[in-house]
Design a protein around this ligand. Structure first.
Ligand code: DGY
Length: 322
C-alpha cells in the first residue's frame, strides 16, 4: 500500500474534519491550536506534501520561496486568500485552493447582525445592561435608526454579497450594488447595478462590503468616498479590514457623517486594531466570526479536503486560485 500524503494542518480543525483527515491522509495536526511562526511553518513543511492553513498564516513571497520543494499545494481553510502571495505560489509551481460557497450563509448572517447591531445601538445597550447602568425607559431612550425599507448597497456582489442582499430583501430593502461585472438578471433579482463605487455610494443607506482584499481594494473606503454616502449611512464590513481606511471611517463616525458601523474584520486584527474604534459608542464590533458556525467550519474543512483529494488523485481541484 502506498503511503498517504502528509498534510501539515496549521490550526485545530473541527473533529469531523480531523477524522476525515486521519482516514484519508497522514496529517500533522495542531491539537493545542498554537499560532506557528513562519520559521516553524517552513521547518514543519520539510515532512509534508501539502499545507492546510487558515488566513492566520501569512504566505508572503519570502515564505513561499523558503518552502521546501516537497510541498505541492496550499489548500486554504478560507474563502479569502489575501494571506497567500498567489503570484509567488504560481511561480514556484504550487497549487493554491480556497473554500468558497460554504461560508456564504454564515457570513451573510453576520453582516445582517452587524447592520442591525449598528442601527439599533446593540453594543451600547448590551454594555449598559451588563454594567447595571440601565436606569430608566423613556420615549427618547436608546433610539436608533430603522433599516426596513431603506437602501442596501453592496460592494462586491459575489456569493456572499448576493446572499446578504437576499437577506436584506427580507427587510424590504432596495438593493444597489457595485461589482466588476454586472450580474445576469436572474442573479440580480431586481437589484440596481452601478458601474463604479462612486456611482453606488450616494444610494447606500447601508453599505455592506463583500469584495476581496486585493491591491486594488486596499483602502477603498477612504475619506473621499465616505463623503459620497448619504448622511447617517451605516457601514458594515465582513470582508477584510484592509478595504477600509480606519482613520477616515473613525472621523466619519465621530463627525456623525456615518451614523454607525458594524465591523467583523479589521486592519491589524486581532490585537492591533485601531484604538479609535474602541472609544466609539456607535460601532458594533465582532472578532472575525463571519464563518464561525459548526456547520460552516465543517463545510470549509470538507471543502479543503475535497481539494486535497483531487490534487493527490491527479485531478484539477474545484477551487483552484493558483
Ligand atoms: C475566510 O474564509 O476568508 C474567512 O475570513 C475566514 O478566514
Amino acid at each position: 500500500m502506498s503511503a498517504k500524503p502528509v498534510i501539515l494542518v496549521t490550526r485545530k480543525l473541527p473533529d469531523a474534519v480531523e477524522a476525515r483527515l486521519k482516514r484519508d491522509f497522514d496529517p500533522i495536526l495542531n491539537p493545542t491550536d498554537q499560532l506557528y511562526s513562519a520559521d516553524e511553518l517552513i521547518e514543519m513543511s520539510a515532512k509534508a506534501d501539502a499545507i492546510l492553513p487558515c488566513h492566520t498564516e501569512k504566505f508572503t513571497a519570502d515564505v513561499i520561496a523558503r518552502l521546501p520543494d516537497n510541498i505541492r499545494a496550499i489548500a486554504n481553510f478560507s474563502v479569502g486568500y489575501d494571506h497567500v502571495d498567489v503570484d509567488a505560489a504560481r511561480k514556484k509551481g504550487l497549487i493554491v485552493t480556497n473554500t468558497p460557497d460554504v461560508l456564504s450563509d454564515a457570513t451573510a448572517e453576520i453582516a445582517i447582525l452587524l447592520m442591525l447591531g449598528a442601527a439599533r445601538r446593540a453594543s451600547e445597550g448590551e454594555r449598559m445592561v451588563r454594567a447595571k447602568q440601565w436606569k430608566d425607559w423613556s420615549p427618547t431612550f436608546m433610539v436608533g435608526t430603522q433599516v426596513t425599507g431603506k437602501r442596501f448597497g453592496v460592494i462586491g456582489m459575489g456569493r456572499v454579497g448576493q446572499v446578504t442582499a437576499n437577506l436584506a430583501r427580507g427587510f424590504g430593502m432596495e438593493i444597489h450594488y457595485y461589482n466588476r461585472k454586472q450580474l445576469s438578471a436572474d442573479l440580480e433579482c431586481g437589484a440596481t447595478y452601478h458601474a463604479t463605487v462612486e456611482d453606488l455610494l450616494p444610494h447606500c443607506d447601508v453599505l455592506s462590503i463583500h469584495c476581496p482584499a486585493t491591491p486594488e481594494t486596499t483602502g477603498l473606503l477612504n475619506a473621499e468616498r465616505l463623503a459620497m454616502l448619504p448622511n447617517d449611512a451605516i457601514v458594515v464590513n465582513t470582508a477584510r479590514g484592509g478595504v477600509v481606511n480606519d482613520d477616515a471611517l473613525i472621523d466619519a463616525l465621530q463627525s456623525g457623517k456615518v451614523y454607525a458601523a458594524g465591523l467583523d474584520v479589521f486592519n491589524g486584527e486581532p490585537d492591533n486594531i485601531h484604538k479609535g474604534y474602541l472609544q466609539l459608542e456607535n460601532v458594533f464590533l465582532l472578532p472575525h466570526i463571519g464563518s464561525a458556525t459548526q456547520e460552516t467550519r465543517e463545510g470549509m474543512g470538507f471543502r479543503a479536503l475535497d481539494n486535497l483529494d483531487a490534487i493527490f488523485a491527479g485531478r484539477e481541484p474545484g477551487d483552484r486560485v493558483a
